[in-house]
Design a protein around this ligand. Structure first.
Ligand code: SAH
Length: 346
């Protein structure tokens, strides 16, 4: 029998489980609270009956990630974590401190299948999906390590969250709850390379999270040369799905655009992008690309990035340039994990 991963369960599901075992539902709430405070052993839970603990041990377990390595930036306090899962796989998570609180960037899969050719996370392909509990545990563990509350989540680490749709939706339900991590949907951003049918499914759920789309190119030919997913869904189809999302949720979408020298950073691209997004309830986040050892791309220079932004603005498109955090510990998206795997193979 497969044991149940308790950290993947919503409070209601734990209450149901406890009730099925002949106990009062409020015991489920107590257990949920303990789990989300970081308890890893049933014996540390001191206000539930011994019999219930024994029953739970039989049918379930508490997933446990550990910190394998941590790098702290001397410039801005950004922390990059390599975390080990129980099956010895490695994932990355990053925390950044802002005025409005601490944001964590979590992984949704081990590796990634999407194959974007500027991204390090996808180099070794997809190993497996993360369970909701393993996503939750990234936050519980790091919150404990920091000794401070994490207030915002971005699902922008390794993996394509909409390719692990069900577990990500469960994850949202679990972290939202006031008896647990209590991080509201408006404080959560999900970033996708653009799985059109899943964007529509997500739109229909009407969950008020922030949606970010990794666009990176204003036309299909260029996008296809960078992102295999663009062969499956055209930019037109993607824009239709985005418009549907905005209509259903009345929420602004963020388009991420990583600027790569001489590839997608010319004035013509800025004009094409302005035309594409004209009249949409959206915002563009310009990202100076992180140079990845295994990839040939170079970062655009500062002037070009500024110029790109000003063209968008002149055309009425809101655009910001992402601040580069933790540049002294810079191992671009997925690079830390790759380096670690390389080293441990030697
Ligand atoms: N799969 C999802 C989420 C993970 S990637 C997605 O594609 O959105 C998070 C963001 O980092 C995406 O916008 C992705 O395109 C971007 N990214 C990947 N590699 C990068 C690099 N080398 N430099 C800058 N941004 C990168």
């Amino acid at each position: 029998m497969n044991k149940i991963d308790l950290l993947s369960l919503t409070i209601n599901e734990i209450e149901d489980l406890v009730e099925k075992n002949g106990e009062k539902r409020y015991r489920g709430r107590q257990i949920f609270q303990w789990l989300h405070k970081g308890v890893k052993d049933f014996n540390e839970i001191n206000n539930i009956p011994k019999k219930l603990k024994e029953d739970l041990k039989e049918i379930s377990y508490i997933s446990k990630l550990t910190i394998e390595k941590k790098l702290v930036s001397n410039i801005d306090g950004t922390q990059k974590y390599l975390l080990k899962l129980e099956d010895n796989n490695i994932i990355e998570a990053v925390t950044m401190s802002y005025k409005h609180g601490i944001t964590i960037c979590i992984s949704s899969q081990i590796g990634c299948l999407m194959g974007c050719n500027f991204c390090a996370s996808t180099i070794g392909g997809l190993v497996r999906n993360l369970r909701a509990g393993e996503m939750v545990d990234q936050i519980i563990l790091i919150e404990k390590d920091l000794g401070k509350r994490i207030s915002n989540i971005v699902i922008m680490g390794s993996g394509e969250p909409l390719h692990n749709y069900d577990e990500v939706i469960n994850f949202l339900k679990v972290v939202n709850h006031e008896n647990g991590l209590n991080i509201g949907n408006r404080h959560i951003t999900l970033s996708t390379c653009g799985l059109v049918p899943k964007i529509i499914e997500l739109a229909n759920l009407q969950i008020p999270i922030n949606l970010a789309i990794s666009l990176h190119a204003p036309d299909d030919t260029l996008r296809r040369s960078m992102m295999p997913i663009a062969n499956k869904y055209s930019i037109d189809e993607l824009m239709e799905a985005c418009k549907y999302y905005i209509e259903k949720n009345n929420r602004r979408i963020t388009f991420e655009y990583a600027l790569i020298k001489d590839v997608n950073d010319r004035e013509i691209h800025a004009h094409q992008l302005s035309k594409l997004l004209d009249g949409m309830l959206c915002h563009v986040n310009l990202i100076p690309i992180n140079e990845v050892d295994e990839r040939q791309y170079e970062k655009s220079n500062k002037d070009r990035i500024k110029n790109f932004q000003s063209i968008l603005k002149k055309n009425g498109i809101e655009a910001t340039i992402r601040r580069e955090m933790g540049s002294d510990i810079n191992a671009a998206c997925g690079q830390l994990r790759n380096n670690y795997i390389e080293q441990t193979r030697l």
